[in-house]
Design a protein around this ligand. Structure first.
Ligand SMILES: [Cu+2]
Length: 360
């Protein structure tokens, strides 16, 4: 037996690799819940940590007893007689019924306390509306005066209350380092309140299977110092693109001016699905593209925001994000290279400076 085991290094390799993978899970990766920068996620972590150590304690006691028994009472000769058979031990059975019941009661009390704290909605919280679409998130501030997608700007050190809705199917709102998962359900509004304790850019995800591109439905949370956040809001509302995104109002020439015309052209259909403030583009099917040049990613986190990637998206959206609604209408080759370049110049030109914090 023993010799054979030595000939097979694979179980050992699997053990080493799984331990390495487990330890890697403890690193401060972009989507970990073990390093938190928000009160909601921290309360969940403060529940997870003691429950984990209780589970480790149970594991060590049970496995320790098992291993001890196996070694201590193993038969020493091949022909050993069958040992005395016993059945039941009332004292031990009472102990191992009451002890787990007690542990579960402790966990239940801790869980209810965390739930109560995390579902509390501070009345002073800043209200933001989040609407999930297949497959991107829309964010509205100030009763819809500011509408963005995929980048959620919030102030640091101040509670925000997200009003969660869904436009089509069930989705789920999850910012691992800031706030735990909450369902977004068509026809039912949920509320999630949390506070970022540090500035930073945080990864966020849809956490409920919602169709073909569910895995491509992400967003970023940008937590800014309160003064910078206020500045962002002011700039958003007053920078020309937000009030009038037409070529004339923006003083555009060349590529960008042609891009504005293509975007507004009913034959190209962009304006039927997208809004750009102050223009004839009033479509509500796709993301609002006002100040599009400020985005951190393209199409809900599928590609990092660069002008090259934007061009790639416009050439053939379906090949980049399977199933997405734009790709069903804008097919590969429908826009000529020059038209794509013009649209990129127009969309990328609508932006204002933001002092971006580091990714956490
Ligand atoms: Cu989703």
């Amino acid at each position: 037996m023993r010799k054979e085991a030595r000939k097979r290094p694979i179980p050992l390799l699997v053990l080493v690799l799984s331990c390495a993978a487990m330890l890697a899970g403890c690193a401060n990766l972009p989507a970990t819940t073990l390093y938190t920068y928000g009160d909601h996620a921290t309360r969940v972590l403060d529940l997870l940590t003691p429950v984990f150590w209780m589970a480790v304690g149970v594991f060590v006691i049970v496995q320790g007893a098992l291993v001890y028994t196996v070694i201590r009472f193993r038969s020493k000769q091949a022909s050993a007689p069958v040992p005395t058979q016993i059945h039941g031990n009332t004292k031990i059975e009472i102990i191992w019924t009451i002890a787990p019941a007690f542990i579960l009661l402790v966990i239940a009390v801790m869980t209810f306390r965390t739930q109560a704290a995390n579902s509390y909605q501070p009345p002073e919280a800043m209200k933001i509306r989040a609407i999930a679409h297949q497959w991107w998130f829309e964010f509205q501030y100030d009763d819809g005066k500011i509408v963005t997608a995929s980048d959620l700007y919030i102030p640091v050190g101040q509670s925000v209350q997200i009003q969660l809705e869904a436009a089509d199917v069930m989705h789920n709102f999850w910012i691992p380092k800031l706030a735990g998962k909450t369902y977004m359900i068509p026809g039912k509004t949920n509320y999630l309140a949390f506070k970022a304790t540090e500035s930073g850019i945080f990864r966020a995800f849809c956490a409920e299977f919602c169709g073909e591109s569910h895995g491509n439905m992400r967003f970023r949370v940008i937590a800014l110092d309160p003064a910078e956040f206020a500045q962002w809001k002011t700039n958003y509302a007053t920078t020309p693109a937000a009030t009038n995104g037409t070529a004339q109002a923006l003083g555009l020439t060349g590529d960008a001016a042609r891009g504005a015309a293509i975007f507004a052209d009913p034959k190209k259909q962009c304006a039927a699905c997208h809004i750009i403030e102050g223009t004839t583009a009033k479509g509500k099917i796709g993301p609002n593209l006002t100040h599009y040049g400020n985005r951190l990613t393209i199409a809900a986190g599928v590609l990092p925001y660069t002008t090259d990637n934007l061009a790639q998206w416009l050439h053939d959206p379906a090949s980049i994000k399977p199933g997405n609604l734009m790709g069903r209408v804008i097919k590969k080759g429908m826009l000529k290279d020059q038209e794509v370049a013009d649209l990129v110049a127009y969309l990328d030109g609508m932006k204002f400076a933001v002092n971006m914090p580091a990714e956490k």
